[in-house]
Design a protein around this ligand. Structure first.
Ligand code: DAH
Length: 360
């Protein structure tokens, strides 16, 4: 019996080396542990024929071998299950690709805009998105109850009066008023003047909030605001800067594949600039014919003008010595107007639908 068990042990060791697949392993298991004809099973059945004094010892030896065989089969089974069903692991197969994302389209646009303006000396600043009425309206030459405020569809966040706790500059504190989710990036104008450094070439890019939602509006969007203040600044500087930006951001049709783009300045009214303009760009989706997004072929992208003397005064700057220009654009609208993109609904940018985002 001893010899028989030894040879089963040996045979098993040799046989398991040859196993290449789960099917081979099942055969092996059957050959040694199979209920009817397994080599070990048969040997164990014979135990009862041994002289009584030998049964216990041989039984113990047989059980040990059985345990050992079971253990080896179990671990090889686990190993083989991880490789191919034929038990062969092909190291030359391509691996599983991990998906590689990209920055959100709006983040990409913001970085591109910032880089274009940095090249001509603008410095990017960040100002609060939860803002005092004073900086969002009052300091921009819109006294309380001025009807122009209604144009901004503002979210007011509470009715609490000004509190010294929030570190408001002394001269603003009497009129700071309520807090708002800033409806435009123009809140950065007087804040930047209050830093007390001249000349100013500021770029404030930030989230802005208004109570509107349709194909060309989302309640949260982004604006970029430029402010330049120096001696002898005039309207040609404003126009030149806008031309420079448009030429660098909206590539010509030949390069980006889309209709040719045009710009128009329309006289307008803003309380904080005089004179004021709206800047329109011909629609990149329909090529200026009129579509769901633009309606009449032009998309209003920006407001601009020469900084009003009252705003300079609010920022502690003498309007007799200094002058400046400012402009404020919508980031998403600008991005959608890039040639060849054909995004006709601003809400797509914020739906987080990967089928849409993966196209870029
Ligand atoms: N703040 C204006 C808006 O959101 C845009 C604007 C107009 C910004 C004229 C300016 C400006 O800086 O000078 O509609």
């Amino acid at each position: 019996m001893k010899d028989q068990l030894e040879s089963i042990k040996k045979d098993f060791s040799t046989a398991i080396e040859k196993v290449k697949s789960l099917a081979d392993l099942a055969d092996l298991e059957n050959k040694f542990l199979g209920r009817k004809n397994g080599a070990l099973t048969l040997a164990m059945k014979e135990l009862k024929n041994l002289p009584k004094s030998k049964i216990a010892e041989a039984g113990q030896a047989a059980n040990e071998i059985k345990k050992n065989i079971e253990l080896k089969i179990k671990s090889l089974k686990a190993e083989l299950s991880q490789t191919g069903s034929d038990g062969f692991f092909d190291y030359t197969l391509p691996g599983q690709e991990s998906p590689l994302g990209h920055l959100h389209l709006v983040t990409e646009a913001i970085r591109e805009i910032a880089a274009i303006f940095e090249r001509v000396g603008f410095e990017r600043m960040r100002y609060p998105e939860v803002e005092w009425d004073y900086y969002a309206f009052e300091s921009l030459n819109m006294p309380k109850d001025h009807p122009a405020r209604d144009e901004w569809e503002t979210f007011f966040i509470d009715k609490s009066p000004i509190s010294k706790k929030f570190g408001l500059p002394a001269k603003a504190s009497a009129t700071a008023g309520q807090r708002v989710l800033t409806p435009h990036t123009s809140n950065g104008q007087v804040r930047d003047m209050e830093r007390g450094k001249l000349p100013i070439r500021m770029m404030n890019i930030s989230k802005t909030y208004r109570r509107q939602m349709d194909a060309s509006h989302t309640p949260m969007f982004h604006q970029f605001e430029g402010l330049v203040i120096d001696k002898d600044i005039n309207i040609t500087h404003l126009k030149g800067t806008i031309d420079y930006f448009v030429k660098n951001f909206f590539l010509p049709a030949g390069e980006a594949g889309g209709p040719d783009r045009e710009i128009r300045l329309r006289p307008h009214h803003f309380q904080f600039t005089e004179p004021s303009f709206e800047i329109d760009v011909s629609c990149g989706v329909c090529g200026g014919k009129g579509c769901k997004l633009c309606k009449e072929g032009w998309l209003e992208l920006a407001g601009a003008g020469m900084v009003h003397p009252n705003v300079l005064k609010a920022g502690g700057i003498d309007p007799n010595k200094y002058s400046g220009f400012a402009f404020g654009w919508g980031v998403e609208r600008c991005y959608m107007m890039k040639s060849g993109l054909n995004i006709d609904d601003i809400r797509l940018l914020y739906k987080n639908d990967l089928r849409f985002l993966r196209q870029f």
